[in-house]
Design a protein around this ligand. Structure first.
Ligand SMILES: NC(N)=O
Length: 684
C-alpha cells in the first residue's frame, strides 16, 4: 500500500502491540488474584484453567463466542468484500458466518447430554470410534486452528505494519507471544473476562466509525452522499448494472457460498467453540450460542458496510485523502484501514489499530486455550502419558499454550514469506477442513453414524476437494499458482466438492449401514469424578425400571432400545444415563431445549441465508432510502449486540460482583475478605 497510510509513528505500533499486551497480562494477574481471593474458584485447578469449572453464564459465554469469532478477517475481509462487491459482500460475510454459531447450539446441547464431563469434543469421538478416527479428526482439528491462527497473525501484523511502519516480523512474533502471557496467567475464566472487555472495546470503536461515516464526516456524513460517491464506482463485473448498490451480484453470491462452507469448518472443527459450550453452565449452553450468534452478526455487517463502502466511494470519487489501493492491498485486508485514515486521519488509524489488536488478541487467546486443551486431552493424556497425574495435566495444559503461540508465529512467518494473503487463506480454508464437518456433527449428535463412512468421507472428501481446486485453476487460468488458486471459481469448486463429497459419503453410509450400539452410553462417563464412577459401577447390575436414580423418561427411551452387549470398560446399562444427572443436568429438560434449539437455529439459518437475500434482491438497484433502511437496521442490531454481550454479562453476574466488592471492602477495613476454597468445595 502507498506510504500515505503510514500515518502513525513506529512507536505507536510498539506501544499497542507490546504495551497493550503487557497491560492485558497485568489485567489478567489482577483478575486471577481477585478470583483466587474472593471467589470459590481456584485458578490452580485444571478444570478451572481449561473449562472455567463449567459454570459460566450465557451472557459471558456469548461475549466469549463473539470475541473468539471476531478475527482480523471479520473486520478486514468483510470490508474487502463490501469494497469489491458492494452491499451484498458484507451481508454474505455476516450471514454466512453467523449460521454456524447458531447450529453449534445443537452440538452444545448434545455434548452436555452425551458427555457431560468431557474436556474436548475430540475426546468424545475417540471414546466413540477409537484411535484411527481420532487421529484423523485430530489432524482436521489442528489444521483448522492452524489456518485460523495464521489468519489472525497475518491480518493483524499487516495492518500494524502498514499503519505504523513497525517491522512486520516483530508484529508476527509479538502478537501471539504477548497473548500467551495473559492466557498463561489467567486460564479460561480470565480469558473469557478479557474477551468481554475486548468485545466492549470493539463495539465502542464500531459505533465511533458508524457515526463518523454516516453522520458527522465532512467527506461522507450521510447516506445520500454515500450513494452519490458509490455511483462513481459502477462497473463491478457480475453485479446488476455494475452497481455496488445491488443484491444481484454473482461474485457476491459465490463468495457467500464459499464463506458458508469455510465457516462450517472453522466452527465445527475448532475446539474453541466446543470449549465455550463445555465451559458454560449446562442449563444455558445452547442459549449462549443463540445469543452469541445473533449478537455477532452486527459486528462484520455494520463494520464492513461502514468501512468497505467508504473505501470504495472515496477511492472511486477521487478523494485526495484516500490512499490508493491495489488488488493485492484489498486482498491483504487493507481497504478498511485506508478508509479509517482517510476519514479520521491519525485518530482513525489509532482506532483501526486498537480494534484490530482487540480482535486479534482475543481470538488468539481462544485459539491458544483451545489447542492447549486438545494437546493435553487428545495427545498427551491418551498417547503419551495415559497415567498422568493431575499436576502433569495441569503443566501440560500450560505448556500447550506456549507451544501454540510459537506455532502461530512460525506459520505467520511462513505465510508472509510465501506471499499468502489473508484473503487467500480465508477462501481456501474450507477446502482443507470442510470434509470433517459432517462427520463431527453426526458423530456428536447422531448415534447411528457409521464410523467407516466418516473415515471414508473425510479422506475421499479432502482428496477430491484439492483435485477440484487445482484442476479448476489449471483449466480456467492455465497455471496453478498462489494467484490462480485464490480466485473465485477454483476456491468455489474446491469448497463445494470437499464438503459435498464427504457429507454424501457420511450420511449415505450411515443410513445404509447404521451403527447398532449406542456409543453415547460410553461417552457419558468420560472424565467423570471418581465417586460418580464408583457409584455407577456399583449400580451397574441394577436395572429395574423403577430405579429412583434414573429419570423415568430416560428409562422408557432406553428400555425401548435394543442394546448390544458391553464393549468397553464402562458397563453398558441403563444407569449410565445417571452421569447426566450427576453433572447436575436434567436430561428431559435438556432434550426439550435441544428440540427448541434445533428448530430455532435451522429456521434462523434459512431466514438469514435464503429468505432475506431473496427479498433484498427483489429491487434491482437500491436508492438512498433502501440503503438508509439497511444501515439503520444494522445500527439497531448493534444496539442489541451491546445489550447481549455488553450489559447482560454484568447483570447476570451482579451477585458475584457484589460478593467480590464485599470481600474487597472487608480487606480494606482490616477484616479478612479471603474465601476459603476448601470450605467451599466441602460444602458443594
Ligand atoms: N469468524 C469469521 N469468519 O469472521
Amino acid at each position: 500500500m502507498v506510504a500515505s497510510t503510514k500515518v502513525l509513528p513506529e512507536g505507536a505500533g510498539w506501544a499497542v502491540i507490546g504495551g497493550l499486551g503487557f497491560f492485558f497480562a497485568g489485567f489478567m494477574i489482577v483478575l486471577s488474584f481477585i478470583q483466587q481471593r474472593y471467589t470459590n474458584r481456584s485458578i490452580k485447578d485444571t478444570d478451572e484453567f481449561a473449562s472455567a469449572s463449567r459454570s459460566v453464564k450465557p451472557g459471558l459465554i456469548a461475549a466469549g463466542i463473539c470475541s473468539a469469532w471476531t478475527w482480523s478477517s471479520t473486520l478486514l475481509q468483510s470490508s474487502a468484500v463490501s469494497y469489491k462487491f458492494g452491499i451484498t459482500g458484507g451481508y454474505w460475510y455476516a450471514a454466512g458466518a453467523t449460521i454456524q454459531i447458531l447450529l453449534c447450539s445443537i452440538m452444545a446441547c448434545q455434548i452436555k447430554l452425551n458427555a457431560p464431563f468431557c474436556s474436548t469434543f475430540l475426546e468424545v469421538l475417540r471414546v466413540r470410534w477409537g484411535k484411527v478416527l481420532h487421529c484423523v479428526l485430530l489432524f482436521f482439528s489442528l489444521a483448522t486452528n492452524l489456518l485460523v491462527s495464521s489468519q489472525l497473525v497475518v491480518g493483524g501484523s499487516a495492518v500494524a505494519s502498514t499503519l505504523t511502519g513497525i517491522p512486520i516480523m516483530a508484529a508476527i512474533w509479538l502478537i501471539p507471544l504477548g497473548v500467551s502471557v495473559y492466557v498463561l496467567v489467567g486460564g479460561m475464566r480470565a480469558t473469557l473476562l478479557a474477551d468481554y472487555t475486548h468485545t466492549v472495546g470493539l463495539l465502542v470503536i464500531i459505533f465511533y466509525f458508524f457515526f463518523k461515516v454516516w453522520v458527522t464526516s465532512p467527506e461522507i456524513g450521510s447516506v445520500e452522499e454515500m450513494v452519490k460517491l458509490l455511483k462513481t464506482s459502477n462497473g463491478i463485473q457480475g453485479n446488476a448494472g455494475g452497481s455496488p448498490l445491488t443484491f444481484r451480484s454473482l461474485e457476491g453470491f459465490i463468495f457467500g457460498l464459499i464463506n458458508i462452507i469455510g465457516n462450517l469448518g472453522t466452527v465445527f472443527c475448532d475446539q474453541s467453540y466446543h470449549q465455550r459450550s463445555i465451559a458454560s453452565n449446562p442449563a444455558t449452553a445452547a442459549k449462549a450460542f443463540l445469543l452469541g450468534g445473533s449478537a455477532w452478526f452486527a459486528i462484520p455487517f455494520l463494520f464492513s458496510m461502514t468501512m468497505g463502502l467508504s473505501a470504495r466511494g472515496l477511492l472511486f470519487s477521487g478523494n485526495p485523502l484516500m490512499p490508493a489501493l491495489s488488488a493485492a492491498d484489498v486482498n491483504a485486508g487493507l481497504a478498511a484501514p485506508a478508509a479509517g485514515v482517510a476519514l479520521a486521519g491519525k485518530g482513525g488509524a489509532v482506532a483501526m489499530l486498537i480494534i484490530l489488536f482487540l480482535a486479534v488478541t482475543s481470538a488468539s487467546s481462544a485459539q491458544q486455550v483451545a489447542v492447549a486443551s486438545v494437546l493435553t486431552f487428545d495427545v498427551y493424556k491418551p498417547y503419551i502419558r495415559p497415567n498422568a497425574s493431575q499436576r502433569e495435566i495441569f503443566i501440560m495444559s500450560h505448556v500447550g499454550v506456549l507451544i501454540w503461540a510459537i506455532v502461530m508465529a512460525v506459520f505467520g512467518t511462513i505465510f508472509y514469506y510465501a506471499g499468502i494473503s489473508l484473503g487467500w487463506l480465508y477462501l481456501a480454508q474450507g477446502i482443507i477442513i470442510a470434509p470433517a464437518v459432517m462427520p463431527i456433527f453426526c458423530g456428536l449428535v447422531w448415534k447411528r453414524t457409521n464410523k467407516m463412512a466418516c473415515l471414508a468421507g473425510m479422506i475421499v472428501g479432502v482428496v477430491c476437494g484439492i483435485v477440484a481446486w487445482m484442476v479448476t485453476a489449471a483449466t480456467l487460468y492455465g497455471e496453478v499458482t498462489v494467484d490462480t488458486t485464490g480466485k473465485d471459481y477454483p476456491t468455489l469448486a474446491g469448497n463445494m466438492v470437499s464438503l459435498g463429497v464427504s457429507s454424501i459419503i457420511t450420511v449415505a453410509g450411515s443410513l445404509l449401514w447404521p451403527e447398532i450400539e449406542d456409543h453415547f452410553v460410553l461417552t457419558r462417563s468420560i472424565n467423570a469424578p471418581v465417586d460418580v464412577v464408583e457409584r455407577m459401577t456399583a449400580n451397574s447390575g441394577r436395572s429395574s425400571p423403577g430405579s429412583p436414580s434414573t429419570p423415568s423418561a430416560e428409562k422408557s427411551q432406553y428400555d425401548s432400545e435394543k442394546m448390544a452387549p458391553p464393549t468397553a470398560t464402562v458397563p453398558y446399562t441403563l444407569e449410565t444415563v445417571d452421569y447426566v444427572k450427576a453433572a447436575g443436568l436434567d436430561a428431559d429438560e435438556l432434550r426439550r431445549t435441544l428440540r427448541q434449539t434445533s428448530w430455532i437455529s435451522v429456521a434462523a439459518s434459512l431466514i438469514l441465508c435464503v429468505i432475506i437475500p431473496a427479498c433484498l434482491a427483489s429491487r434491482r438497484i437500491w436508492n438512498a432510502t433502501g440503503l438508509a433502511a439497511y444501515i439503520w437496521i444494522g445500527f439497531i442490531w448493534l444496539v442489541w449486540t451491546t445489550f447481549a454481550v455488553g450489559i447482560l454479562p454484568i447483570w447476570e453476574s451482579r451477585r458475584e460482583l457484589g460478593a467480590i466488592l464485599r470481600g474487597v471492602g472487608k480487606d480494606l477495613t482490616g477484616k479478612n475478605g479471603k474465601v476459603s476454597h476448601d470450605a467451599d468445595s466441602a460444602k458443594s
